[in-house]
Write a protein that binds this ligand. Structure first.
Ligand code: SF4
Ligand code: SF4
Length: 175
């Protein structure tokens, strides 16, 4: 599968659709784009977008996060930036922040507030899912509904969701 093409198509869902119908960066001074607070995991196959486009503003490295698929150990890649990017090339994790996909133990895909966002994002701290722009929420659901049709992505989601469970436990929240 040409995963770069798939992600580039999915990115379009968020080129003009953001968590709120106003620029939420005005609420927090763009807290999630300071370029000094870690970075973001790329989703399986998303690295190919950056292999193709080779933008200079992003640094991609293998992380310690691994998952297994079809008998092979797979590496999750981690991206960092300096707080500046080409909006039309930014990773999927940035586009959906502060929401994230989550697979329940019974295998149901949900979109939840990312527990990792709680410490910096005022939306993640204060809002319920229904408070987000309806189009944004719908596009996040649609994006991950499509990605889940890929067997490797679905397997990755099991590992990713158990990783999120540690953060949910820390914040004493349920997905
Ligand atoms: S931290 Fe939250 S409120 Fe601030 S710009 Fe990022 S998503 Fe918007
Ligand atoms: S890549 Fe862009 S959207 Fe993502 S954290 Fe960096 S500056 Fe923000």
């Amino acid at each position: 599968m040409n995963t770069a093409y798939v992600y580039l198509q999915l990115y379009k869902l968020f080129d003009d659709v953001t968590p709120l119908n106003i620029d939420c960066g005005m609420l927090c001074g763009g807290a999630c784009c300071k370029g000094d607070d870690g970075g973001m995991y790329l989703f399986p196959g998303e690295k190919k977008v950056y292999d193709l486009l080779t933008p200079s503003w992003i640094k991609i490295s293998p992380s310690d996060f691994r998952y297994s698929f079809a008998g092979k150990r797979k590496t999750v890649y981690f991206a960092t930036c300096r707080g500046i990017c080409d909006r039309y090339q930014r990773p999927l994790a940035c586009r959906i922040f502060p929401l994230t996909p989550y697979l329940t133990k019974s295998g149901r895909l949900k979109v939840i507030t990312d527990p990792r966002a709680k410490s910096l994002c005022p939306l993640a701290k204060a809002m319920k899912k229904d408070d987000y722009s309806r189009r944004f929420l719908k596009n996040v659901q649609r994006c991950f509904g499509l990605l889940m049709k890929n067997a490797e992505f679905a397997e990755f989601m099991k590992y990713y969701s158990r990783y999120l469970d540690d953060y949910l436990k820390f914040f004493k929240e349920e997905a």
